[in-house]
Design a protein around this ligand. Sequence first.
Ligand SMILES: Cc1cc2nc3c(=O)[nH]c(=O)nc-3n(C[C@H](O)[C@H](O)[C@H](O)COP(=O)(O)OP(=O)(O)OC[C@H]3O[C@@H](n4cnc5c(N)ncnc54)[C@H](O)[C@@H]3O)c2cc1C
Length: 436
Amino acid sequence: MRHFAVVGSGPAGFYTAEALEKAFGDKARIDILDRYPVPYGLIRFGVAPDHQSLKAVSKRYDKVAESAGVDFIGNVAVGRDVSVDELLGMYDAVILAVGSPHSRKLGIPGQDLPGVIGSAEFVGWYNGHPEFADLDPPLSGTHAAVVGNGNVALDVARILSKTRQEFEGSDIVGHALDALDHSAIRTVTILGRRGPHQIAMTPKELGELGHLEAASPVVDIADFPPLEADDALEPGQRKSITILREFAATPPEPAKPKRMVFDFFAKPVAIEGDGGAEKIVVERTELDESGAARGTGETYEVPASLVVTSIGYASAPIEGVPYDERGGKFLNENGKIGERLYAVGWARRGPSGTIGTNRPDGYEVAEQIAAAMPPGGAGDRPGAQALKRLLVSRGVMPTDYDDWRKIEETEAARARPGSPREKFVRHEEWLHTIGR
Ligand SMILES: Cc1cc2nc3c(=O)[nH]c(=O)nc-3n(C[C@H](O)[C@H](O)[C@H](O)COP(=O)(O)OP(=O)(O)OC[C@H]3O[C@@H](n4cnc5c(N)ncnc54)[C@H](O)[C@@H]3O)c2cc1C
């Protein structure tokens, strides 16, 4: 019997477990470890709560977790509760699927002022991430800014602009719903260093901004290159630009009090305020020959008492595992980090791509493992038995998949009208639910 440890229960971890199970059948036991008692990584803590159809992908992962050869072992942080070297002693292969949990910083003066918040933290706050339950973002000012031109920036701008009614059917946590309901924010400025052609926003997410109950998108047509230039774009990107052009051609609706303002060619150079963010100093940019943003020296100010930075994510290094600081991921070659040690998903590639992008990663690494240790061969490592013994001796209480189901059922039972699940937002609440 082979024993494999997949560290991380987000999409990459589950696709890898699925692929290993297909490759090895009943000749392998696969343990999916996670530092939280609840699985799914960014599906639970990242993907927006008003995008329930995307979150439904977890049903596929449920099937994997429920299959005979796979176990979920939660409440175990690798690097803190057990080292990678120890896992390699107990398992035939260890696959790191730990994602990229940290927000990248802007690297400008004022970035640590109160009111400046990374998107990992802000998104975690409205999704019930236990580490950000007490974030308490300032929502009493009228202006907010989101720095970045990707889909996460759109998520943040949309969540800040929706009405309470528009969250019906979502699983936004109660504390965020109440805070947003009382928010005074009327203008959200979305700052991008380059122009409309360089956005990393997909048509569906952009299109949603055109249909909000109380907010209108505002785009300046002067930021666009001539219409013919759109012909050279790849079809998906062209669709996004067409939506932006439509926004530019449509005046904001007077009956809608909120604005989502796209400010292109805008590079933050400082955040200023007395005891908290009040404004961003922005330098106007232009594109150089290589398509990069070049400062023009002209600056102006954008008022914002809440600044959410959405300029990318980085993995957390784990002791003993070679790490690529610049790429924010583990050093690896096609997923292989070292002898019997692999990386998949964002931990392998860095923080980009959709949920589905992680699937081929998992399958490729499973193929590599199957080539290195052909299915059917006998492994001589003890797997979960030894791991659980070690964890209990260290006072760590691992949780299993049945515990998670119990947590989920309890959350469902706490549901309020219009909210399918009232999530627990504290680690202790999860553990208390399962009697730990
Ligand atoms: C805000 C946001 C919104 C997104 N929205 C969408 C969307 O709408 N549609 C879409 O297709 N994609 C979306 N994505 C992208 C998608 O979420 C990612 O592609 C995907 O989650 C990456 O999968 P992963 O398994 O590599 O990492 P994660 O999903 O981050 O999973 C990593 C897991 O590892 C665990 N872990 C971390 N460190 C340790 C440790 N030391 N020990 C044990 N466990 C550990 C974590 O708890 C987590 O469960 C979004 C991303 C973000 C950030």
